[in-house]
Write a protein that binds this ligand. Sequence first.
Ligand code: 5AD
Ligand code: SF4
Length: 453
Amino acid sequence: MSDTSQRRGLYVKTWGCQMNVYDSVRMVDMLRPLGWRPVDSADAADMIVLNTCHIREKATEKLYSELGRLRADKEASGRKLLVAVTGCVAQAEGDEILRRAPVVDLVVGPQSYHRLPELIARTTREAGVKLVDTDFPADSKFDLLPQETEGQGTLAMLAVQEGCDKFCSFCVVPYTRGAESSRPAADVIAEAKRLLATGAREIVLLGQNVNAYHGTGPDGRTWNLARLLREVADLGVERLRYMTSHPRDMDDELIQAHRDIAALMPFLHLPVQSGSDQILNVMNRQHSAADYLRIIDKLRAARADLALSSDFIVGHPGETSADFDATMRLVEQVGFAAAYSFKYSTRPGTPAAALGMHIEESVKDERLARLQDAIARGASAFNQTTVGKVVPVLFDGAGRRPGQMHGRTPWLQAVHVTGPARLIGQIADVRIDAAHANSVSGTVVTADAVEAA
Ligand code: 5AD
Ligand code: SF4
């Protein structure tokens, strides 16, 4: 086992989705009892974990440039340093990482990071040994991970589901994260209780395809996400969210949960990817643009103030300008409060990579700029609708300017106010005074918070 008599510095750098952020939290938590203490910079670390993302080519390039920098640093300082690459690039590239980047000691996939302690111990014992573990073990890593030792604070993430069976043409997730699987509901509830006991006021249920959740309930029946949300809400959490969802799994019971569960925040991230039926079909999305709009209508009927966000890909193989126009129309029709948009990036091994009909980079650039413009207009129009309202804001940290605090509205807008640090961790009423491109600013009006200021 590791030498626990000495506390050593652990630096974790995370790229990509919320699931990776959650995995990083769990890794730190798991290594803490073994003497590893998180540090804020790579310079102060004895071990560096790079928790990677493989979703787009750029994300992979970032890993290799980081490894290049690390190698130079390590050689210049001559210090001992353990370097582990985890996450989806580790899964997809395996040994190749060791070949391309000799500074790396460990390569560990997202389904096997519970084995990190054992792998670290081996590299320490057998100096110079390099190890790759990209298995998909039969047992879920969640069963094998130790319970969290520290809470996450006010805002907590909780993985309930992992992997994906949808096989969208462009996406690596089904290959890097594996088949869709749901954690048993009792485990989720137990973890939610621990998060609440350590101060969580908002919990985000996470999964690559979270609304496909179908875990075994304590009653032996299969629970869907709507049921799970009800049970977690009943534990007394004040704010509840879930991401990321697929339109196909947005069933009526889940839609009604947005009407019935008070703690469920009125914001939903529901990727559509394209507004063209032709492209949605090539993407293997299993829904049309009209299906998506119907779901949005139902959601808004259940919860009138629901704000929506989405993901879009421009320049998927075969996308014509008419297809792109359909995406632009859908954006106007829905009126998203926020959205992420990406240029299609070829991922080796995915069906789209073999399609041909690739779109010129300059065309992708031009489409992306137009789409991002429309999204930005929608976001600022949405932010504008909240000006003058008094809304509950959960404060989660200090802003960039002195005396400035940062929080989130129920619609996930970033809010800045001038106020005391004791706001952090509190939910206070804020009057929204102004809307900006990516945030709003306001004034705290909750009586005790104002007095304390
Ligand atoms: N190219 C560009 N964007 C992609 N995404 C997933 N795969 C690719 C790819 N190959 C986007 C999708 C997804 C988000 C997380 O990343 O929009 O919803
Ligand atoms: Fe990828 Fe599609 Fe699964 Fe989302 S639903 S993770 S885009 S394959």
